[in-house]
Design a protein around this ligand. Structure first.
Ligand code: ACO
Length: 157
């Protein structure tokens, strides 16, 4: 399938538009937790040929910080640069909205994601020990590693 990143759109999801849970659940298997952070977050989507292929969620924190709570790309469209594009776009949105710092958290087992976020300029700043053991009902295993801790990475605007 040929794919052209230039034709991808990036826009904020309207309050009455359907929430793309199929994508959000790829990044976060707990729907209850998703619904909790969506109450105060903005959802941004990317559309390709009339299909939502990517989603990213911006959650405001105190002190003009914000967190990327969820970033996900449709499995058929992964490894084509869309994840990088979504994160670059949300960094621009954060800067335009005068956020000072963006953070993003991922599991110790999410090796590809840790690589991607560091490649895009995020730097490790905190470890939330046993986060995935305490907050998720089912064990999560990736790359043969149990997801136990959440690693927080930060990027200044
Ligand atoms: N495994 C290994 N490397 C990866 C992975 C992966 N799963 N994902 C990205 N990378 C690396 C690759 O090196 C890739 O470059 P390459 O293909 O040239 O080698 C580089 O990151 C750039 O990847 P993109 O194409 O820009 O990223 P993509 O469009 O695939 O989106 C994403 C990345 C969002 C992580 C996607 O794989 C996805 O939706 N995964 C499932 C959901 C998920 O895990 N979301 C993140 C959870 S943490 C959070 O939401 C805060």
């Amino acid at each position: 399938m040929s794919f052209n990143l230039q034709t991808l759109t990036f826009s904020k999801l309207g309050k009455n538009e359907k929430i793309p849970y199929d994508l959000l659940l790829l990044a976060d298997p707990e729907k209850n937790m998703i619904d909790e952070y969506l109450k105060v977050s903005d959802i941004f989507i990317s559309i390709y040929q009339e299909k939502i292929v990517g989603v990213i969620v911006l959650y405001p924190l105190e002190e003009k910080d914000a967190e990327i709570k969820n970033v996900a790309v449709h499995p058929d469209f992964q490894r084509k640069g869309i994840g990088s594009y979504l994160i670059d776009q949300i960094c621009k949105v954060a800067k335009e909205n005068h956020y000072r710092r963006l953070i993003i958290g991922t599991a110790n087992s999410s090796l590809g994601q840790l690589y991607l976020y560091q490649k895009l300029g995020f730097d490790m700043c905190e470890l939330r020990k046993d986060f995935f053991i305490q907050h998720y009902a089912e064990p999560i295993v990736e790359n043969g590693i149990r997801a136990k801790h959440m690693i927080i990475l930060e990027k200044y605007s």
